[in-house]
Design a binder for this molecule. Sequence first.
Ligand code: SAH
Length: 280
Amino acid sequence: MKRSGPASLPVRSAPTAPAANRPRPAFPVRLDTAPAAPISKPGATSAGAVRSAAAPVASTTAPRGVGMDSVAVRQAMVRKLQAQGISHPGVLGAMQAVERHRFVDSALANQAYEDTSLPIGLGQTISKPSVVARMLELLCQGREGRIGRVLDIGTGCGYQAAVLSHLVQEVYSIERLRALHEKARDNLRAFRLANVHLLFGDGMPGYPQGAPYAGIVAAAGGNDVPQAWIEQLAVGGRLVAPVVTDSGQQHLIVIERHAHGFRRSVLEPVLFVPLKSGVS
Ligand code: SAH
């Protein structure tokens, strides 16, 4: 079913004090079968997003695909990430912990630990490990321990959300393609990650119910960062996203929110799928 994005919904104005660690807001228990019209009741899913739990569900899923010791293969992947300049211990630990081969088609599982993006269906791709590690390192840079709530835009197959779950207190991950949202839910079930909240909806307006965020990370790039994301960033928070710059090429950008303003840095060129409006 198609729905257009709730473009006219009010976006909560950003708070003036850091509050990214306050208790997360109450949600309706499950809204998987919610009506198609955007819901705007306080505490409901007014961003057009529909929340569904990734966990906990008992599972006996056996590792599939890699006919090798995946711990050792991931160690080799992590060593390569270190050689490429990733040094954040939490990020390296999370990349070591999450079994990437569980997020790709079994026919591609033998490539899961190569530094390559892979198709996940519907024309979308799982980002390559070095890009995931780089973005999460930028997100966590200069911050000790787990950071607070993070909004992950573009759940895709759920891999990055799983990596994030090791680094932050709560992950809100939003996906505009229902089939991928469901695939991510299936992929994540066996991991029993109680701090990952999967949302089906358009991430363009962010997800105001969870704001302010200690971090926002996007796996799809547009011509600019939606204003709503900037407004939903906590003071001290950081946003990492691909954006098409004046050169016509996508670059990673970082926006940091300080007490009295924002600082924007343009980093290296990248290649992400496009950020699109609405759901499908
Ligand atoms: N982090 C993902 C990468 C998926 S690719 C992973 O680990 O697999 C990027 C995803 O962003 C795609 O699934 C695409 O459908 C989604 N996307 C693009 N625009 C979006 C939007 N406005 N809201 C939510 N998701 C969006």
